[in-house]
Design a protein around this ligand. Sequence first.
Ligand SMILES: [Zn+2]
Length: 116
Amino acid sequence: MKQDSQDNKQPQLEIRERAMVEGILEGSPDGVAVVVVRLDCGCRKMAAVSVDGEPASKVIMYRDNAETICDTCKKDQGAFMRVTEQFIHWQEPVPDAATQARIANKVFGTPHPSVH
Ligand SMILES: [Zn+2]
């Protein structure tokens, strides 16, 4: 089997993540993509985004094989400093590169708003 270079490929969703992503997109008519955030504790944070890069669903947090998210996440809601990986899963048909860049920039571009 040939292995493509990673760069222009979407990170692979885990099986449970995929199920969550599909559920989120089904409930979000405006959603063109889902932001997937993996936290160091094993919990996941996801939210659909619209073509404008605006939130298109509530933020969903969950933990595999658990009724609730972990205590740390309950406290900090999945703090940015604990993020191990974050990426955007695009719904088919995947938007063109310019649209992807615009949305990604809006979603990840300014994680720390400047303070005066
Ligand atoms: Zn957690």
